[in-house]
Design a protein around this ligand. Structure first.
Ligand code: MTE
Length: 317
């Protein structure tokens, strides 16, 4: 990715959470304890291992998985992009223990009927965990095939009840400059932000992953919970999510804000639209010698191309 040195925001949105918002969240959390279990409700923060309650033996195979050779666990967990943990591909693994994943909560806000602060478990235990074997195509023209474990994003979002005015969903990664070494550098306007149009987010291919290769997500891969949108370039699949916001207008996203002419909001994998500095026609599959052709929508054109009917994807890249 293009690395630019930017002026870091002096004050983040987290720092400016007002007393009223704080009180509302606290009241919401209290109220939630009185509601019957099972429904998606903002939970209490439970200290301990963030993934302790995830039962990986309950994972089922999915019809959406691709039948391609999986990249090795070793490669998936040692060749990463996670700029909060450093700029080099090996840095995220080296600095993985700087990411504190416990306790973990996810704040939900904006145009929805069930805002609040949710425990990680609320996003996992009511749903079927699935293994989804997906190719991940990075905008840098390399790819991997990763057996994710996760839940359909759309099912979670529906439980939060987006309002009809919610046209987009915005995601924020953890913001912890004291612990995350990359956040002391002005690579991006931290926190890392991403977004999807609501119909993209509701598509059954989009998941929130909590594991890979049948076990807990390693920190360098975005623990404890990250987005996976397999038909888009990898940078849309935001890691270590702490906030989800429903919005009326297209949210600003980290790479698009940093270099709008290089990284579009949609960023669907598209071999016909070159990056301004390199071709996107072919890709290097990690672990393979010869390059292979990049497929439109990363091979998921039949499933998702209808989402973009009538749009000029060379302009809305
Ligand atoms: N999410 C955050 N918070 N920070 C990042 O630097 N990098 C993105 C994406 N999600 C990134 C992120 C990019 S560029 C890619 S290609 C994928 O994560 C890489 O995921 P992986 O390291 O699990 O293969």
């Amino acid at each position: 990715m293009l690395i630019k040195i930017r002026r870091k925001h002096d004050v983040t949105e987290n720092d400016t959470t007002g007393e009223l918002v704080y009180r509302r969240r606290r009241d919401f959390i209290r109220a939630s304890t009185a509601v019957a279990a099972g429904a998606l409700i903002p939970g209490l923060m439970i200290p301990g291992n963030s993934n302790a309650s995830i039962d990986f033996s309950a994972v089922v195979k999915s019809k959406y998985s691709v039948k391609q050779k999986k990249t090795s666990y070793e490669a998936i967990t040692t060749y990463n992009n996670f700029y909060e943990l450093g700029n080099g591909k090996k840095d995220p693994k080296i600095n993985a223990d700087r990411l504190k994943t416990s306790p973990w909560s996810i704040t939900v806000e904006g145009k929805c009927n069930k805002p609040g602060q949710y425990h990680l478990e609320d996003f996992v235990s009511p749903y079927q965990l699935e293994e989804r074997v997906y190719p991940l195509r990075c905008v840098e023209a390399w790819s991997m095939v990763i057996p994710w474990v996760g839940v359909e994003l759309g099912n979670i979002l529906k439980s939060i009840e987006p309002m009809s005015s919610a046209k987009y969903v915005e995601f924020h990664s953890i913001d912890d400059p004291e612990n995350l070494p990359g956040q002391s550098r002005r690579v991006l306007d931290w926190p890392y932000k991403e977004g999807l149009r609501i119909d993209e987010a509701m598509h059954p291919l989009a998941i929130l992953a909590v594991g890979l290769y049948g076990k807990e997500l390693p920190n360098q891969n975005g623990a404890p919970i990250r987005l996976v949108v397999p038909w888009k370039y990898g940078f849309k699949s935001i890691k270590s999510i702490v906030k989800i916001r429903f919005t009326e207008h297209q949210p600003s996203t980290a790479w698009n804000t940093s270099a709008p002419n290089e990284y579009g909001f949609y960023s669907n994998v598209n071999p016909t639209v070159p990056h301004p500095r390199w071709s996107q026609k072919r890709e290097r599959r990690i672990g393979e010698f010869f390059k292979r052709d990049t497929l439109p929508f990363n091979g998921f054109a039949d499933e998702v191309s209808h989402l973009y009917r009538g749009m000029d994807l060379t302009k809305n890249y």
